[in-house]
Design a protein around this ligand. Structure first.
Ligand code: PLP
Length: 423
């Protein structure tokens, strides 16, 4: 692919981009001087779809006009509202509809899934995680381990990159799983690590876990809507994700859950139950005795959070139109362009060197690149912010940037390095 380091060339890439019109479906924040910011934090909080407000207003109107009747007689009856989200969510993660439900929030779902899928015995009680997982995941796992009467020091095994390396290698993860062997109850990994941006080989990890008799679950907070997923085919046991990062569904938005079809009728699995997971036809009979619905829906507890789900629905419609494959193709093109600009930048500038700690391999990364600029990283971060580039800083030394194919442009990639060069 021929590439050129110029504004005109970046603009020509945008002109040829078949997804270019999607940017207009999002509210782009502005600086105090009224200029659109360069928003590279879609991995943290995705931008608001312009259709979100209307989607919420529709539900508010139905509530105003119908009151409780909205459950059955609204334009999208609330009784079954969550089902509107199932097919598009299943498409995003490569699942069958029976394997997916949208409910609760991410950490809550992690707990519910561990209730069913972390069932330690005195011999098999260990959990393998990527070292330095997102804190909420660490706390969830630690408290689950204690809940079962085990000591986190003994039960939680973290795998870290080798000395002087930033990310993990799949063969090392697989070897670790083999080493823990019969003591391993659960592998709980991120799909994409929030700090390094590394995308893990979920298929290989799942297979290795199964070979030693363990369960494999994934936190897809940084993977859903970012990288192509085929959870069913990879034989993943369970997964969960939030919807406010790459999925643009608003702060504190709802969460998605995947439970493999092989558990669809596993009524004997322990689970924490609530009425929304009860057999739908009998739900309002208010009878004793919990009978779970088939598949992931049987893990629901409470009636659906209609307002956050309305936003999620609006956002999923955009993903349905764009299609994950087309988004991924544009991402790959953006990735090539970033590395081209980055390499030129590092060659030309002697003020500082940008090191990328995310794997360059397109199968081991998504939209996020984690940049390390030794010594002056924090100052560079502050300079970018002052100049209308929204990126984020993660202690101890990383600037995360995540250009996303839905609303970011090639021009913004060019401008990013242009602004950096003025530091
Ligand atoms: C964003 C994120 C969370 C946040 O959890 P919430 O329950 O949605 O607040 C948890 N885990 C990971 C890996 C994340 O990236």
């Amino acid at each position: 692919m021929y590439l050129e380091n110029s504004l005109a060339f970046a603009q020509s890439l945008d002109a040829q981009d078949e997804l270019k019109n999607f940017r207009s479906l999002f509210h782009i924040p502005k600086t105090s001087s009224g200029k659109e910011v360069i928003y590279f934090t879609g991995n943290s909080l995705g931008l608001q779809p312009t259709t979100a407000k209307e989607a919420i207003l529709q539900e508010l109107d139905d509530w105003a006009n119908l009151g409780v009747e909205g459950h059955f007689h609204g334009r999208n009856p609330w009784f079954s509202y969550h089902k509107l989200l199932t097919a598009p969510s299943a498409n995003l993660v490569g699942a069958k509809p029976v394997e997916v439900v949208v409910m609760n929030n991410l950490t809550v779902n992690l707990h519910l899934l561990m209730v069913s899928f972390y069932r330690p015995t005195s011999k098999r009680f260990k959990i393998l995680m990527e070292g330095g997982a997102f804190p909420s995941d660490q706390y969830a796992v630690e408290s689950q381990v204690r809940f079962h009467g085990f000591d986190p020091e003994q039960a939680i095994v973290e795998i870290f990159p080798k000395a002087n390396e930033y990310y993990l290698h799949t063969p090392d993860i697989v070897q670790k799983i083999k080493d823990i062997g019969e003591e391993l109850a659960l592998v709980l990994f991120g799909g994409v690590n929030y700090y390094t941006g590394q995308a893990f080989d979920m298929q290989a990890i799942t297979q290795a876990a199964h070979e030693v008799g363990a369960v494999a679950g994934f936190d897809l907070a940084h993977a859903a809507g970012n990288i192509p997923l085929r959870l069913h085919e990879w034989n993943v046991d369970f997964a969960t994700w939030c919807t406010y990062k790459y999925l643009n569904s608003g702060a504190g938005g709802t969460s998605g859950v995947f439970i493999h079809e092989k558990y669809a009728d596993a009524t004997s699995l322990p689970r924490f139950a609530g009425w929304w997971g009860h057999e739908e036809k009998e739900r309002f009979l208010m009878k004793k005795g919990f009978k779970p619905m088939r598949g992931a829906e049987g893990w629901q507890l409470s009636n659906a959070q209609i307002l956050p789900m309305a936003v999620h629905r609006a956002s999923l419609q955009i993903f349905e139109e764009a299609g994950m494959q087309r988004l991924w193709n544009k991402h790959l093109q953006m990735q090539k362009y970033i590395y081209f600009l980055l390499d030129e930048f590092n060659q030309k500038t002697n003020k500082f060197n940008i090191e990328v700690i995310t794997p360059r391999d397109e199968r081991q990364s998504g939209c996020q690149l984690s940049l390390v600029i030794k010594k002056i990283g924090k100052q560079v971060y502050e300079f970018l912010t002052k100049n209308g580039v929204i990126v984020d800083w993660r202690e101890p030394e990383v600037i995360r940037i995540a250009p996303v194919p839905l609303y970011n442009t090639f021009e913004e990639l060019y401008l990013f390095f242009n602004i950096l060069s003025k530091f």
